[in-house]
Structure formats: structure tokens, C-alpha cells
Design a binder for this molecule. Structure first.
Ligand code: AMP
Ligand code: MG
Length: 409
């Protein structure tokens, strides 16, 4: 078994994942889903409208207006938001207009109500017969013109993009009530090992709590996927086969398991998976989480992460997140990566290392400190961390003040 680089292992795994099918959802249902088609805009705003409460005017009429020598205009229309007016503004005339209301014909600017003598802004106050303008306005002032933000035909959102709050807002503005998105990928999740005990059962001597099921389920959901929780597979062929067949029956897009991938592990998973597919065991040049298994069971990709809690977490970040993003239809995996400065020196063993750290701003610089003992079973070090520092392969030590990449968690 030769040693694979992290990148080579990532590429081998990711090449087996293609986006899942699409479905059409209403806007209210599609938060966090990935678009499967580009979105073309229509003009935004859709019509010329006022950006303030005030009076629609002909700018030329107010050329001489000042506070000392105001210009009086006859108010010939009143245009609340949501209504149009057929009245065309002639010289010497104005229309009261509310924010967002369409600009009437003939007008080319809006003077803010604060710059007039009409300061009764209570709801329901009728428009005045006349208004005094205390200053001039330039043509187009306080007017949002049709298409000013976005022009018709502009591609505003792209296939492969995960919809966020602001995106669905734009879709609503455009009148897009239904969108074509990828369905949620289904991820079957199991923990393996006779020593594992669910959190709600008494712990027998020598047993440990199954924490990976909770950690990984949380991560899978965070990645926009559905968890098919299979629970704990004991070290027993029939039980493992039963669970894996359940995953197939539930139409899992991928099976994710943890533990039982290290050399010499008392492992039935290998036998069961290989009986209905294939399973490769890799050593990846990384720390934590060197052992990794990848294959397929009855045609469904199978990823076996190491069992140690920190290794499982890091393995998910490094290998599984990208695979799930591909299933979900995302065009790229978005990671919040920043360059930080080491606040302490670091020793490494030449493997690509993912170290738990706290990144914080000190004197205007992002600096990083490790969260103590980096054992792969020490989940507290991950609980205290807000970042993983990525020490490249081949690096054995880094001095205080050295720059390093950090993935913010
Ligand atoms: P393994 O990968 O099977 O050699 O397991 C490595 C270590 O991780 C052992 O100490 C296991 O008890 C522990 N471990 C395995 N699975 C889990 C799990 N689901 N939750 C917490 N610890 C686990
Ligand atoms: Mg085990």
C-alpha cells in the first residue's frame, strides 16, 4: 500500500461524484439548494421610481430655488407607492410622490420633502395644493431609473450556485416563483466498532461513546444533505451487510462510515463491501487521519473515514465535503481560507497536517495559536478551535511569525 498525497486521494474520490437529479421548488423551499439553471434578469428596477418621499418636478423649474427665495409649484397629482398617475407634469407643476412610486410623465427629478415647506408627513395627510421648494435638484436626482441596477438579459445567478438569503430575494424581485435546483443528496451514515455505545445507553466497561455519528450527521446536514442514520455497525458480517443493504434500500447517494480502516483493524467491513463491490484501503500522507477507505457497495460510493474523532472530522473536511458538494451540484467547494501568522512555533513530521488552532486578530494581524495537545482522539482541542492550520507536506517546522493557511471552521 503506497502513500497517496492528499490531493491525489481527493481527486480519486471526487471523480466518482456527479450532481444528483434536479427538481422544481417554490422559492420558499429552496434556501440552501443549488441552482441547476442560470437565471436571467429582467430590468431592475422595472420602472423609473422615486428613491425618497417628496415631489416629482421638472429640475429646470427649480434652477433658481433657494431657502431665501423658494420656488412655488402647483401640486397636480399625488402618487403613493403602488399606484401610477396619468397626470403629466408641466412647467410650474409637481406631484407628491412616495418612495418607490413611479415617476410621472414630464417629471425628471424628485425633491425631498425635507427640502420643501411641506413637512406634515403623517400617514393620510392629503397632498398640499402648492409646495415651496427651498433648493434646486439636478436632472435624475432621487430617481431610480428602470434597469439602473440590472438590465434585461443579464445573467444574475448561475447554475451550480448555492442559494442564500439575498439570492432568493433577487429571485422574488424578478418574479421567479419556482426554481430548478438539485435535490438534497442522501448520505447513509454508520459508525463501526463493537466498542461503540449510543449516547443514551449505559456504558459497559471498556466501551466508548459513539460521537462520530453526531459529528458527521451535523456536518452532512450543514453541507445541505439528508442524513440516513444507520447507527452503529458491530464487528459482525451479517449486521454490517444488513445496514449497508438498508442504505441501498433508502437510495443513498453515498455511504459514509467511520472506523475500521486502519491496518490490522478487526474488520468485516472490507469483506462485506468487497463481496458486493470493491474497497481500496489507502494511506494518505496526512495527519491526523492517515488511513482511508474508498470503494463502492452495490454501485454506491463508499467512504470509510478513520475512527478517531478528530481524524473523522478532518477526513470529512478534506475528502467528503467536496464529494457532497459535487453531489449537491455545487460548482466549487467554498472554504473560508485565510492567511495567518503563527503566534508559536510548530513542529510537524512532514505529512500534510491539519492542526487545531484559534485564529484571532491581534494588533490588526490574524494570528494563530494551537489549542494544545493535538492527539487525534482529543475532541476538546477541536471544540476549542476555530480553525484548522494547514501545514504543507514536506514541512518539518515553522517558526513564530511564519505565515500559514488556515481554514476557518
Ligand atoms: P479505528 O479506526 O476503528 O481503529 O478506531 C480508532 C479509534 O477511534 C478507537 O479508539 C475507536 O474506539 C474510536 N472510534 C471509532 N469509532 C468511533 C465513533 N463512532 N465515535 C467515537 N470514537 C470512535
Ligand atoms: Mg474499530
Amino acid at each position: 500500500m503506497s502513500m497517496l498525497s492528499v490531493q491525489a486521494a481527493q481527486e480519486r474520490i471526487h471523480s466518482h461524484f456527479k450532481p444528483v437529479e434536479t427538481e422544481t421548488l417554490s422559492l420558499a423551499q429552496c434556501a440552501g439548494r443549488v441552482l441547476a439553471a442560470d437565471i436571467l434578469s429582467s430590468d431592475l428596477p422595472p420602472f423609473d421610481n422615486s428613491s425618497v418621499d417628496g415631489f416629482a418636478v421638472k429640475a429646470h423649474d427649480l434652477a433658481e430655488a433657494t431657502a431665501a427665495s423658494p420656488r412655488t409649484l402647483n401640486v397636480v397629482a399625488d402618487i403613493p407607492a403602488g399606484f401610477t398617475s396619468d397626470v403629466a407634469i408641466a412647467h410650474g407643476q409637481a406631484a407628491r410622490i412616495m418612495t418607490g412610486a413611479p415617476l410621472p410623465k414630464g417629471a425628471d427629478a424628485v425633491i425631498m420633502v425635507e427640502d420643501t415647506d411641506f413637512n406634515d408627513r403623517h400617514a393620510g395627510t392629503p397632498a398640499p395644493k402648492q409646495v415651496k421648494a427651498f433648493k434646486g435638484v439636478s436632472i435624475g436626482e432621487n430617481v431610480r431609473t428602470r434597469g439602473m441596477d440590472v438590465k434585461t438579459g443579464h445573467r444574475v445567478l448561475f447554475s451550480g450556485h448555492k442559494l442564500r438569503a439575498q439570492d432568493v430575494g433577487l429571485l422574488a424581485m424578478l418574479g421567479v416563483a419556482n426554481v430548478t435546483v438539485h435535490r438534497k443528496p442522501r448520505v447513509a451514515l454508520l459508525s463501526s466498532g463493537d466498542e461503540l455505545t449510543p449516547v443514551d445507553l449505559p456504558l459497559l466497561p471498556g466501551r466508548v461513546r459513539d460521537s462520530n455519528s453526531y459529528v458527521l450527521a451535523f456536518m452532512i446536514e450543514g453541507a445541505g444533505c439528508e442524513v440516513l442514520a444507520l447507527g452503529i455497525a458491530p464487528d459482525n458480517r451479517d449486521a454490517i451487510k444488513f445496514l449497508l443493504d438498508q442504505a441501498i434500500g433508502m437510495n443513498a447517494d453515498v455511504i459514509l462510515s467511520s472506523a475500521g480502516v486502519s491496518v490490522g483493524a478487526f474488520d468485516f467491513t472490507r469483506e462485506v463491501v468487497e463481496s458486493q463491490g470493491r474497497l481500496d484501503f489507502w494511506k494518505v500522507n496526512m495527519r491526523p487521519g492517515k488511513p482511508l477507505a474508498f470503494g463502492e457497495y452495490r454501485g454506491v460510493p463508499f467512504v470509510g473515514l478513520p475512527g478517531n474523532p478528530v481524524s473523522a472530522f478532518v477526513g470529512f473536511e478534506v475528502f467528503v465535503r467536496g464529494a457532497l458538494d459535487r453531489l449537491a451540484g455545487l460548482s466549487t467547494t467554498a472554504r473560508t481560507k485565510v492567511r495567518v501568522i503563527l503566534a508559536e512555533s510548530i513542529e510537524s513530521d512532514g505529512r500534510e497536517s491539519y492542526l487545531r488552532a484559534v485564529v484571532e486578530e491581534r494588533n490588526g494581524v490574524l494570528s494563530a495559536k494551537l489549542t494544545g495537545h493535538q492527539g487525534s482522539g482529543n475532541l476538546l482541542s477541536l471544540v476549542q478551535a476555530n480553525a484548522l492550520l494547514v501545514v504543507p507536506a514536506g514541512v518539518k517546522s515553522l517558526a513564530i511569525g511564519a505565515p500559514i493557511d488556515a481554514w476557518l471552521l
